[in-house]
Design a protein around this ligand. Sequence first.
Ligand SMILES: Cc1cc2nc3c(=O)[nH]c(=O)nc-3n(C[C@H](O)[C@H](O)[C@H](O)COP(=O)(O)OP(=O)(O)OC[C@H]3O[C@@H](n4cnc5c(N)ncnc54)[C@H](O)[C@@H]3O)c2cc1C
Length: 441
Amino acid sequence: MKQNKNGVWVSWNENLTYNYKSLYKITTEKELQEVITNSEKVRFFGTKQSSADIASGVDTLIDITTYNKILSFNNVEHTVTVQSGVILGDLLEAVEAKGWCIPCLPDINTITIGGALATGTHGTSGKLLCEYMTKCSIVLADGSIKVITDKDELISAVRVSLGALGVFSEITFKCEPIYTLHIKERPESDDVWLPKIEERLKKHDFLRILWLPHTDKGYVITGDKIDPKTEITENLGPKYLRHRRTASKILYKYTHIFPWITAIANKLLYRGFFSSTKEHKGSLYQATVTKSRGSTLELAEWTIGLDVFPKVFEELKTEINKWSNKSFIHIPMDVRFVYKDKSWLSYAYGKDTVTMGCVSRNAATADTYEAFKSIEKIFLKYGGKPHWGKRFAAKDAELTKIYDKWEDFKLLRKELDPTNKFLNPYLTELFNEKQTTNGIT
Ligand SMILES: Cc1cc2nc3c(=O)[nH]c(=O)nc-3n(C[C@H](O)[C@H](O)[C@H](O)COP(=O)(O)OP(=O)(O)OC[C@H]3O[C@@H](n4cnc5c(N)ncnc54)[C@H](O)[C@@H]3O)c2cc1C
């Protein structure tokens, strides 16, 4: 196993940096066990694309991206087993080649499976990615391996566990036969798309709304399963649409100094890039997942019960349209839908849920982005939950009120990791544990 000494760990968008003493690039489960057994404090990371400070910050780090093999397919059960450092895009290419799919995907393909599961990564019109996991092995703090299947009660605690219970080693996903989606995209006024959410969730196989703050518009994307041979009139919109990110970058360049420019920029971006319709078809992966993007984003995301969403949305809209509070928000706010599950730290625990993203297109100045604070305030007021991999300020005192199973999770964590081996400073605060230097509280 390769070991780097005394280096600097830098997150994807360069907002988080930490010095480390040892960084191990592991390639086998045995190496993973060895490093964990021999470390007092250790964190592990995938492609470092979380905005939350959960992946580093201790002396010993494990790079999981070199533990990335697709291990086996089971043609009878339609399952695939992988090492946890596999990149989602690589897994999806392999699964599609078998004529299968994972039926709910995030809008990013460069993350690792381990990182995605740990933070409750999700797509839309389905369940969290971790809900398609039927079996996993995790390496516990004492270096032993625990195998958990979907028949075990423990799976509900482990599916979304922030890398605080153990490290995912091998993971098995249940796949479904691949299908083709007929995607239609169009702009709609807020008073048109908002009341239609529930009706559209019933009618369509895929629903996502890119809300365009300060324009009163949303860009609605629907998808319906069709026979792959069905002819459609493909319309990918004008060629210049591909320059949207460059245009956003220019228009938002000074919004950290003059936030109100955002309101004008958004109106221009709407006219230029979100006012045309589009139509195309493809697999869920090919037709809906972004394959390349720049690394200058900082993200937050909040989730709320489907039933309460319209009220929260209206309150949020009123708040950010007040020019006094400087909460101007870059385009788009991604509105997606996750169906209820039983995972303790899932956003959709026991409830069909709406997720609402918030992006700052200038990662370096994200600390001055008032929108992150306003959104958190409003969502928390209604019991909303933050995305574990994205930016939020809430800690134990708030989380215990919004997660029914928060205290159970804390107890289990303490039982499995009594010396807090897996806690970095951020997680120590999140779980309201005492900071220590030698790993023992
Ligand atoms: C541009 C962009 C788009 C995104 N789109 C979406 C989206 O559509 N939906 C969504 O829900 N999220 C989305 N995210 C968030 C993203 O999916 C998560 O932040 C994810 O955790 C990133 O994976 P990673 O491999 O970079 O993990 P890292 O950031 O490296 O690690 C995240 C956490 O996982 C832990 N971890 C890593 N590997 C393991 C393992 N093997 N076992 C246990 N714990 C482990 C780490 O310790 C850390 O706590 C997006 C992020 C970006 C930057």
